[in-house]
Design a protein around this ligand. Sequence first.
Ligand SMILES: [Ca+2]
Length: 140
Amino acid sequence: MVVVVIDGSTILSFVNDEARFKKSVDEAFVSLDLNNDGVLSRSELRRETESLRLIEAHFGVDAPTPAEDLAKLHDTVFDKFDCDKSGAVDKEEFMNEIRNILVAIAEGLGFCPVQMALEDEDHVSFLKQAADFEAFKGYK
Ligand SMILES: [Ca+2]
């Protein structure tokens, strides 16, 4: 478990650094695309929605959610990513939606820093990367 302190501006400066953001998204995409077909299926994307805590962040759910409701939430998230309704999420759709989500989280946080606890196994945690990005900015 790592605890990061993050606010809206931390996330926005990460998202707005086009090269850095694209690199992170590319890495996440490759690690999620288990069968290497260049698109994310429903089950592949589900690993990301779980690690990003989209469900909690978007819907404010912190109590255990019944499996059936959770499945519905995951479907909703998938449909948001899958802009052209092709049944799979390509890299551009993935990047656009991750950006939308991070900007929405940033707007929700505003300029009030919050502590966020992240699991170590969140190998593709964009929020952690945003926090690291902020921490190392001064050393460039
Ligand atoms: Ca795939």
